[in-house]
Design a protein around this ligand. Structure first.
Ligand SMILES: Cc1ncc(COP(=O)(O)O)c(C=O)c1O
Length: 370
């Protein structure tokens, strides 16, 4: 394979190639169900894409999201083109100049970027050390009179750590005590069998972020949601971006996915568990590399490469251009710790993981400085 020079944008290049092992985006390229494709085809045949969709969403879809999350009718669902679009409305509605939102570092930084757009500040608590997550106590210490919200990503992108029920409860109780909105981003929740939801402890102040991208393998469709209790919903709703509705084919796909999820989800989860074990084997054999969090409770984790001296950005580049294995250098996920790790996601076919396993030691040996 010719190595392009100068190196093009990794994402654009990868999209133009056949045979990429997509381990960079926490997307899910495992087989789910043919019912999704059938539902899309039927919708096109009926010409549904020629009309604006119903503003509140395809009948039944919001209810399916509520069921997935165990929420009652007192929660309203706002759909977006990706959870990220629904988050945008929320961040613009809730946070303004001078406000602070307690988050973590590492984190999924596009949410922090949205917080900054309104003039608010994400207060990033460092969590790149054991236990690789934050706590109610640490959040309490970070609160100031300017704090207007808490962002709890759980399980955590990129570390794969999950919060226990007691930890979620303590954080929810703190948010409740202070009257702060708690944003519980559970994008990776399905990969964490014992996940607890903050709505159980603080229903009136928790906003849940839901995505179809990872569990249902629909990242390219761009569909996700937030679920909010009525009073918060009323504040957020006017900031909705897509007031003429969400892509109907994405909605149809999302509905088919949730209606059939019980049939195919256990198989996806099992493969992810096998895949992370395979990755661990190769990481354990590579001097200077370790997995901070194992097992991961998401479809991703980070490999700490700091003791090798190899640059995560160069590891990403080498694996992509030499092996067509796409992982992500830590700079995308952490201003402070990004030089120490690469993020690898594993909701991919096992052949892709085997290619990764072959390529990884070669990449590290080539780039090792220590
Ligand atoms: C923690 C977290 N929240 C939200 C999203 C957005 O997901 P989407 O917009 O694809 O639904 C992502 C995507 O990676 C994520 O990692």
């Amino acid at each position: 394979m010719p190595v392009p020079s100068p190196k093009p944008d990794h994402f654009v290049w990868a999209h133009a190639q056949p045979g990429i092992a997509w381990m960079s985006q926490n997307t899910n390229t495992l087989p789910t169900t043919p019912r999704i494709d059938e539902a899309i085809r039927h919708a096109v045949e009926r010409g549904e894409h020629k009309l604006y969709p119903i503003q509140k969403g395809l009948p039944g879809l919001a209810e399916l999201v509520r069921q997935e999350l165990g929420l009652g009718p007192d929660f309203e669902v706002i759909l977006g083109h990706g959870g990220l679009e629904a988050l945008y409305a929320m961040n613009r509605a809730l946070f303004g100049p001078g406000d602070e939102v307690v988050c973590t570092d590492p984190s999924f930084l596009p949410i922090h970027a949205q917080i900054k757009l309104g003039g608010a500040k994400p207060v990033e608590l460092p969590i790149y050390h054991p236990p690789w997550k934050t706590s109610a106590d640490r959040i309490r210490e970070a609160l100031t009179p300017r704090t207007k919200g808490i962002l709890l990503i759980d399980p955590i992108n990129p570390l794969g750590t999950a919060y226990t029920r007691a930890e979620v409860r303590a954080i929810a109780e703190l948010a409740k005590e202070k009257g702060l909105p708690l944003i519980h981003d559970v994008t990776y929740r399905d990969f964490s069998p014992d996940a607890a939801l903050a709505t159980e402890f603080y229903p009136e102040g928790t906003i849940v972020v839901y995505s179809f991208s990872k569990n249902c393998g629909l990242a390219g469709m761009r569909i996700g949601a937030i679920a909010a209790p009525k009073a918060l919903y009323e504040r957020i709703k006017p900031f909705t971006v897509s007031t003429l509705g969400i892509n109907i084919l994405a909605q149809v796909a999302a509905k088919a996915a949730l209606e059939t999820k019980k049939e195919w989800w256990p198989r996806v989860l099992q493969q992810c568990q096998r895949n992370q074990a395979l990755i661990k084997q190769v990481v354990d054999k590579t001097p200077g590399c370790f997995l901070p969090v194992y097992p991961s409770f998401a479809n991703l984790f980070v490999i700490d490469t700091s003791a090798t001296g190899a640059s995560p950005a160069l590891i990403e580049e080498h694996l992509l251009f030499e092996h067509k294995v796409f992982v992500r250098g830590g700079g995308y996920l952490s201003p402070r710790f990004g030089e120490r790790f690469v993020r690898v996601s594993f909701s991919v076919p096992e052949e892709d993981v085997r290619r990764f396993a072959e390529a990884w030691p070669q990449a590290i040996e080539r780039l090792r400085k220590k």
